[in-house]
Design a binder for this molecule. Structure first.
Ligand code: EPZ
Length: 419
């Protein structure tokens, strides 16, 4: 079994470069199924979720050539089956994007129920509502989702909940539909804009991505024949920003879009950290114990749930008691039990947690319950006195490229050990 071993405390100092966004990449890859031809995707993060997405595409008939470890050329001219392998699709969340893409391209698809981080109930009713409104017939049975449509016809869809996945999936299903589809109450995350930009580059006609009303004018075909570069990862950038604050460090975070980081910047300033914004890079430093602050996670442009655990480490070390209210997921406080093993004083009740700040954390064996919990435990291990062993690395490897190397390059004493 692999584990990460960290010895601290270490103030993180230096430069770190941000990879392409996981949550954009895992949507753009299935979106290539809409293209009847070839395209090249660059700035792909080298993570296990991307490799899994590629394996699923290959099983459907796509031909993938790796140009570098961050760039692929993919030929989706020849789709050979409408049954995606159940064992692969049920391994991660974003496999549900195969449904929107294949409904649009082939009018038929069967996939396993999506897996992914265990964050509480993760219904897909809004995805299904969107597909059905476009004219598809969707059946969920025996751990499979089967969707079929003779023809998809554009319509008006109001999302009852702001959902990243449902917004992207309905967008994918509408690209080749007849007429115009309007998605109302759409999610506005940077990766939604990135997927729309990718599709438009390949020949789609999508307007309004990044606002809460998206209009998709159906086109007959996507020709591809273009190159697209995935947007930098907002959450990875935010992870390093918060690592700088928690460790009382000083980091230059390169290759990010600082506009996507405004809610994080605002909270860092509120807790007493410093931020210099250069547009495509950001300098974050903190030379004192952070102040307490209250956080409520919200869809973009609010404070992202995917940075809540990393912010939790900052607040566990803050001066005073802070409150975090998690409004997206039911079970995103599992990491607090692990931080408490390291000396934090956190009481989590349902979707609210109280962080009574402590002066220091101490190393302990801890278990990562999900991807962002894993990132939070690495930050905690950097800040803690003594040795922290982090287990369940498969979660971390799903979403962070070269995480230990990136942390090591900015001063962390971190190594991966095979026990
Ligand atoms: C995406 O998940 C991300 N995953 C998650 O990132 C992220 O936490 C989440 O968006 C919120 O930002 C990917 O992009 C692959 P949602 P998604 O649909 O699309 C409810 C990470 O760590 N809902 O926006 O599955 C749902 O239960 C991961 O990188 C319904 O009720 O999230 C939740 O409360 C974890 N019905 C809320 O909406 C639906 O049909 C938002 O979920 C869909 C969602």
């Amino acid at each position: 079994m692999e584990k990460l071993v960290l010895t601290g405390p270490t103030p993180l100092k230096g430069e770190v470069s941000i990879s392409g966004a996981k949550n954009a990449a895992v949507a753009i890859l299935p979106a290539t199924l809409l293209i009847d031809g070839i395209c090249t995707i660059e700035n792909l993060p080298n993570i296990s979720d991307v490799k899994l997405s590629c394996e699923i595409l290959e099983s459907l008939g796509a031909k993938i050539t790796w140009n570098t470890k961050h760039s692929i050329t993919i030929d989706t001219s020849n789709i050979i089956t409408t049954k995606a392998p159940l064992d692969l699709t049920s391994k991660f969340r974003a496999s549900y994007y195969i449904i929107g893409s294949m409904l649009s391209r082939k009018g038929d698809i069967e996939v396993g129920m999506p897996g992914g981080c265990k964050l509480g109930a993760r219904p897909i009713d809004q995805h299904i509502k969107g597909f059905e409104a476009l004219g598809a017939n969707v059946i969920v049975e025996n751990g499979k989702i089967k969707a079929k449509a003779k023809k998809l016809i554009g319509t008006h869809i109001y999302m009852d909940i702001v959902s990243v996945g449902a917004t992207i999936n309905v967008m994918l299903a509408s690209v080749l539909a007849e007429g115009t589809t309007t998605i109302d109450n759409a999610a506005k995350e940077p990766h939604i804009v990135d997927v729309a930009n990718f599709l438009n580059t390949m020949g789609a006609d999508i307007r309004g991505a990044g606002t809460d009303v998206i209009k998709i004018n159906g086109v007959k075909k996507l020709n591809g024949n273009s190159t697209y570069s995935v947007v930098p990862d907002q959450i990875e950038a935010g992870t390093f920003m918060l690592a700088a604050v928690a460790s009382k460090g000083d980091l230059y975070i390169k290759n990010c879009i600082t506009k996507h980081l405004e809610s994080i910047t605002a909270k860092i300033i509120e807790v007493g950290g410093n931020v210099e914004d250069y547009g495509d890079s950001i300098h974050v430093w903190c030379d004192k114990r952070p102040n307490k602050a209250n956080i409520k996670t919200l869809p973009y442009p609010g404070f992202p749930t995917d940075l809540q655990p990393q912010m939790g480490v900052v607040l566990s070390l803050a001066n005073g008691t802070s409150i975090i209210n998690e409004s997206i997921w039911d079970s995103r406080f599992q990491y607090t039990e692990e931080l408490n093993k390291m000396g934090a004083k956190i009481t989590a009740q349902g979707k609210t947690a109280f962080f009574e700040g402590v002066k220091k954390l101490s190393g302990a064996p801890v278990y990562s319950s999900d991807l962002r919990a894993g990132a939070a435990l690495i930050i905690a291990g950097v800040c803690a006195e003594g040795t922290t062993d982090i287990y369940n690395l498969e979660h971390i490897d799903r979403g962070y490229e070269n995480i230990e190397e990136k942390f090591r390059n900015i001063g962390a004493n971190i190594k991966r050990v095979n026990e």
